[in-house]
Design a protein around this ligand. Sequence first.
Ligand code: FO1
Length: 314
Amino acid sequence: MAEPSRITVLAGGIGAARFLAGLQRVVPPALITAICNVGDDLEWLGLKVCPDIDSVLYTLAGMEGTEGWGVRDDTHHALDALRALGGESWFVIGDVDLATHLFRTERLRQGATLSDSTAALARAHGIGMTVIPVTDDLHPTVVQTAEGDLAFQDYFVRRRAAVPITGVSFPGAATAMPAPGVVEAIRDCDLLCIAPSNPFVSISPLLALPRVAAAVRDSRGQRVAISPIVGGAAIKGPAAAMLDALGHEVSALGVARIYSGLIDLFVLDTVDATLVPAVQALGMDAVAVDTMMTGDEGRERVARNILHAAGFAV
Ligand code: FO1
């Protein structure tokens, strides 16, 4: 068994952040590149907020909020004051989190790219792995609903994901270019992981960039996806409801079908072990391991399980 020398992870928000936190306990962080979704990004009172990038950064820095977003034990003085002024307060920004958005927005205003400002934030938090947005361009996820098109956070937070969805679209995909290093990291790794993230609104936005999809197809690494659906339910977020609404089976097999033709190995949780033959019948390897990332030890155990499943020694 070889040790991996370069691991790239296609990452959404919270599930990906926890997987990456486990991975950096098992292999040297310098070997890891996280490529982050920007489809959830929003402009909040003129500030650039990147929820998935920030969930990854805060989790890798060990300071994530209890729900996996924002900063643990953050205060909300600025938001409370804003609310008292009659300002918009449906999107909860804590005071420490606010500093991140101020820092990023100011960097962007001075001409830095999103990649530059993400690297600066990662450095400031002492993060050893490379964290890159999939693109430096605007590439929003639009959620199509019975009530019309909604920006992702409008759907997810303002409308509490309660509006029936009919599809998702990525209007920036045709023109957005992969950020520097994205294509190389995907193409030239030993192991390419699709994190246990929502396939529709976390991973699809990455694959919607034609050059990213081509790099995944051409990758010299083993391509492994980890199911975000365990026992027919999502660990976090609206993935199960979206599978159902968009006509897919609400199971790990339903997710495997979405990735069919793109990956070499699909990892399911042990509770879904009976689905292994059906996933293999799609033309990919499949293995069932413990994927529950509870606590630091759980995250580390899952990272080890995935690396073993992919045939790497750790
Ligand atoms: N999620 C919520 O459910 N409610 C919020 O008010 C909220 C605020 C928020 C602020 C900053 C941030 O980085 C993330 C935030 N999130 C919030 C999480 C976010 O909407 C989603 O978890 C991701 O976009 C999905 O990956």
